[in-house]
Design a protein around this ligand. Sequence first.
Ligand SMILES: NC(=O)c1ccc[n+]([C@@H]2O[C@H](COP(=O)([O-])OP(=O)(O)OC[C@H]3O[C@@H](n4cnc5c(N)ncnc54)[C@H](O)[C@@H]3O)[C@@H](O)[C@H]2O)c1
Ligand SMILES: [Zn+2]
Length: 389
Amino acid sequence: MFCGDIKTRDYDLIKKQNATPIKIRKILLKSTNFVSYYDMRIKTNHCEVLFGEITWNSLNSCVDTYGYSSVYVLVDRNTKKHCLPYFKNQVNFSFELLEMDAGEENKHIQTCVLLWNVLSEKGADRKSLLINLGGGVVTDLGGFVACTFKRGIDFINIPTSLLAMVDASVGGKTGIDLGPLKNQIGIIQEPKMVLVDNSFLQTLPDDEYRSGYAEMLKHGLIREPDYFKTLSAYLDREAILPHIYHSVEVKAKVVTEDPYEHNLRKILNFGHTLGHAIESHYLISNNKKRLLHGEAIAIGMVLEAYLSTELTALPLANAKQIKNVFGSIYPKVSFDAETIEAILAMLTHDKKNENGNVLFVLLAAIGEPVWNQSVPESLIQKAFDFYAA
Ligand SMILES: NC(=O)c1ccc[n+]([C@@H]2O[C@H](COP(=O)([O-])OP(=O)(O)OC[C@H]3O[C@@H](n4cnc5c(N)ncnc54)[C@H](O)[C@@H]3O)[C@@H](O)[C@H]2O)c1
Ligand SMILES: [Zn+2]
């Protein structure tokens, strides 16, 4: 692992590795205290998230060492086209390809049935390995397929979207939607490892990049005001690498302390109580444009920031600041009365319900979340007014 002064050490590294311009940019990122992201790893309870050069070597030696009977790689249409060729160049083992359609609307049980059947037909057994190469839909669903096939086979996540790199692929939440209701069916089980190679971001569409950025802003809001401030000036993919690493650090700390979401892990749901209801509503509304996960939770975070001013003493100035930051990055969505009513109906199904209550994560200050908060429905209407103003 290389830490410390980038200047001398990393220039050596550049020379040694005959680095390409992209790698050089990676190495020379910003401050002298930043790690170079070569050979970096972050540990959670049962898993390591690997960054940089060690990722592919580690994957190759893992497959070699564990003596898997067969290896399967799950892709969706887009990651098949954009990510699989690069993946093939990095690995030295043979594998069989599994494919699914892209997008949240395919994160459901029928896709699992299809994949379980293919695995079964191809003779996969308990010593098989599944590698999920894709965004959060592929890692969530692929993880669930792996955890349930023959009572559980090993899986490895290789996130290819920003959202999956900083959030979805880490922490072991696997799962699928039930109808339009998000993540209702699932298991918490960590992958064998997670490999983060930011080269995949080069082909990610801009709106998908923005979607992942929302989870990073969330990490700032729930843990570190300075991180939120840094990310408030929207950073492009050239500048994002150290922050991907940092977001994984934030998430890893939380999930290591509370892997099964008894307490602290709930803070990762900031923006998601209303965000999921909004996402679900748009998922089933044929006449409306789909909202990406990050777009929906960005709105959820503005709404829940307002609720925090009413219920947990977040200063209104902070809620306005949060609204302005999200407003500068994400397109504004207008909600009519009927839509708000439908979203409120979705809320009653939210997975965070306990004893019939819809519980929220709110903020007492930026960086200071409080969880298990009940919210009267009338305030939610006011939150939508705040968002619209
Ligand atoms: N498990 C968790 O802890 C957790 C956390 C946050 C979000 N999630 C879940 O993650 C999902 C959202 O993840 P997402 O935004 O990655 O969605 P996604 O998997 O649908 O990926 C977004 C789109 O980008 C495409 N894509 C991915 N990588 C690409 C690349 N390198 N080049 C070109 N196209 C690429 C995909 O094919 C897809 O069309 C949601 O289902 C959400 O519930 C899970
Ligand atoms: Zn999320």
